[in-house]
Design a protein around this ligand. Structure first.
Ligand SMILES: [Zn+2]
Ligand SMILES: [Zn+2]
Ligand SMILES: [Zn+2]
Length: 277
């Protein structure tokens, strides 16, 4: 029997920067009883096992949302082997201190991976973590090992081949990632032509679909479906959604215009793919 590798994706959060519900908002989505209308800030967990499901599994986190603590408790995440960052907007990084709990469970630093721009921003925003000249006062900071990746080059993380997918988020160059047949493209408003070639033959695509009204840094749900209809993955999910999107209703609208099975993602969504490597 061949020993293949399984990638399990757990969607930890599907909300835009504010999360849903918003404090002080009484709109019909913020007050909805549908659990799929509750959205923590966007992040996914990648768990790598062999086809027998044998431990130890490797856990890779994409982004450290401000809800990381709650996400880790909800999903019983007991180990983080690496973190990969898409970009450094607050909703994707401000859970960084919550990595401390995982430091206690392992020896050595947790490797983090990001491009040069994100590394510079992280070092500027968190000098107590990344600058040895800043002595720690009180609780020690998370122990992280910075790995700067080339935006154009596949890199290895926990034995996995990870391909950065250059994306445009308003005016900001950010990254999505592809691992085998899975791609995660949060926070984007444009996909460069050269990145389309990196996204052929996908099994599962998760892509930014903020809301229906136009936005200058995010795809609308219609624009996301246009990308999906061009890439034709076997299955697509929308993420990073605002409180203008009611799950049950938007799901029907999206399915009606998509050429492949397409749905809104929701917190706790989980699926497994086989990786050939
Ligand atoms: Zn975001
Ligand atoms: Zn609301
Ligand atoms: Zn962003």
């Amino acid at each position: 029997m061949t020993n293949s590798t399984l990638l399990t994706v757990t969607v930890l959060g599907t909300g835009t920067s504010s999360g849903v519900p918003l404090p002080c908002c009484n709109c019909r989505v913020c007050t909805s009883n549908d659990p799929r209308d509750k959205r923590l800030r966007s992040s996914v967990l990648l768990t790598i096992t062999d086809n027998a499901g044998n431990l130890p599994a490797h856990n890779i986190l994409i982004d450290t949302s401000p809800d990381l603590r709650q996400q880790a408790l909800t999903h019983n995440i007991d180990n983080i082997d690496a973190v990969i960052y898409t970009h450094t907007h607050a909703d994707h990084i401000f859970g960084i201190d919550d990595l401390r709990g995982f430091n206690f469970q392992r020896s050595g630093h947790i490797p983090i991976y990001c491009d040069f721009l994100s590394a510079s921003e992280l070092e500027r925003m968190f000098p107590y973590i990344f600058s040895p000249a800043t002595p720690a006062e009180g609780a020690p900071p998370p122990e992280l090992e910075m790995n700067i990746i080339d935006r154009e080059q596949t890199f290895s993380c926990c034995g996995l081949k990870v391909t950065p997918i250059p994306l445009i988020h308003g005016k900001l160059p950010v990254l999505g990632y592809r691992i085998g047949g899975f791609a995660y493209l949060t926070d984007c408003s444009e996909i460069p032509e050269t990145s389309y070639t990196l996204l052929q033959g996908l099994d599962v695509l998760i892509i930014d679909g903020l809301r229906d009204r136009a936005h200058n840094t995010h795809f609308t749900q219609k624009q996301a479906v246009q990308v999906i209809n061009r890439l034709l993955p076997k299955q697509a999910w929308l993420t990073h959604m605002s409180h203008e999107i009611m799950h049950a209703e938007a799901n029907i609208r999206v399915a009606a215009i998509a050429k492949v099975p397409t749905e809104l993602a929701y917190d706790g969504l989980k699926f497994t793919l086989e990786l050939h490597r």
